[in-house]
Design a protein around this ligand. Structure first.
Ligand SMILES: Nc1nc2c(ncn2[C@@H]2O[C@H](COP(=O)(O)OP(=O)(O)OP(=O)(O)O)[C@@H](O)[C@H]2O)c(=O)[nH]1
Ligand SMILES: [Mg+2]
Length: 350
């Protein structure tokens, strides 16, 4: 699963990327500082790993991971090649969730491409660029279908036309009232951008002492975003704050990652042992069989069974043995649906 950081130039995308992926890519006070996308990995904080470590003497802890990509700034006209051209729209296509960075900090020494700080306008600029790109993709598809004059494609054509009208009203496709699975399938292969789930991130001066106008803007933005069924998180990435609070909870980063997990319908299972305690992120729909392959394809090939103790039981009984004695170990087959917090031991033929 991959998260893409998008937004206007100089909004703090690379600053955010550096913190969450523990990287040091260039983040400077000039627009289009980032040209080629920066790829990184973020470790998802989970306090349960540390609780488990208190019980199991282990060498290391390995948190679940998410891929992160820091994408070049978008501006008005990006969809038709303004700014850095539209090649980076293809970088957005490869992601599963968008982290849309919105500049809310005021700092006259840091250039704003639009000349002023205005979070609502800025959100719209980026939304519109992505909508225009989707419009283009759908129009193209409609043209192709029309040329074929195939009666069988009437349903598809209708759905696409409805989505096109929706986009023309300035709405993101993620809000489209899809009535049935069949409708959703119509756009599956079109690699649309505004269908991706999004977390809007307001990069503010400081979490409490913002000026009144900006606070009003953020409140207004919150209302808009709520109506769009999306999420807004407020962060502060000023150097002063980053240095003082290099703690993800205080900075608000943990919240972004938690929401990302939710949007992607991911949850976590654990493997524990003397060598390592490890968290694995998987889609909520995964069975034991599917989850085994996330660890190694050999586990899937030779799958015999899964032995499952839930985290809460493990903590309560303080060891695998005690949990087992208390009847809290579940022996399951391939089709067991993994629950968040399951501690799993896969048995397999080597
Ligand atoms: N005052 C202030 N400056 C910030 C904040 N966040 C980032 N900056 C500064 O703004 C400048 C641009 O930040 P970047 O993270 O490089 O911005 P970007 O969105 O990656 O920009 P592009 O790569 O050009 O699209 C840098 O000088 C940062 O130090 C903030 O919250 N407050
Ligand atoms: Mg950058």
């Amino acid at each position: 699963m991959k998260c893409g950081i998008i937004g206007l130039p100089n909004s703090g995308k690379s600053t955010f990327f550096n913190i969450i992926s523990n990287s040091q890519v260039l983040s400077e006070n000039f627009p289009f500082c980032t040209i080629e996308p920066n790829h990184g990995i973020t470790k998802v904080p989970d306090h349960r790993l540390y609780q488990l470590k208190k019980i199991i003497d282990t060498k290391k802890i390995i948190p679940a991971e998410l891929k992160i990509v820091d994408i070049a700034g978008l501006i008005r006209g990006s969809h038709k090649g303004e700014g850095l051209g539209n090649q980076f729209l293809s970088h957005i296509r490869e992601t599963n969730v968008l982290l849309h960075m919105i500049r809310c900090f005021q700092d006259i020494s840091i250039l704003h491409v639009e000349g002023s700080v205005n979070p609502i306008r800025d959100k719209e600029i980026i939304d519109i660029e992505l909508q225009l790109k989707d419009l283009e993709s759908i129009e193209k598809k409609i043209e192709i279908i029309k040329k074929k004059r195939d009666k069988k494609e009437e349903y598809l054509l209708n759905v696409l036309k409805n989505i096109l009208l929706f986009l023309k009203k300035g709405k993101n496709i993620r809000m489209f009232p899809f009535k049935e699975e069949k409708e959703i399938n119509c756009i599956k292969n079109l690699q649309l951008l505004t269908v991706k789930p999004v977390i809007y991130i307001c990069n503010v001066n400081d979490n409490e002492n913002n000026n009144k106008t900006i606070n009003d803007h953020i409140d207004h933005l919150k209302n808009i975003i709520k109506k769009e069924n999306s999420i807004l998180v407020t962060l502060s990435l000023t150097k002063k704050i980053i240095e003082k609070e290099n703690n993800w909870t205080n900075l608000g980063i943990e919240k972004v990652l938690k929401e990302t997990f939710k949007l992607l319908n991911l949850h976590t299972f654990f493997t524990v042992g003397k060598k390592e305690i490890r968290a694995w992120s998987i889609p909520m729909t995964y069975t034991a069989y599917e989850a085994s392959s996330v660890i190694h394809t050999d586990l899937k090939k030779g799958f015999i069974r899964a032995e499952v103790i839930h985290y809460n039981d493990f903590i309560k009984y303080r060891s695998e043995e005690n949990a087992k004695k208390a009847g809290k170990m579940l022996i399951t087959g391939k089709n067991y649906l993994i629950q968040d917090g399951d501690i799993i031991h896969f048995r397999f033929n080597r």
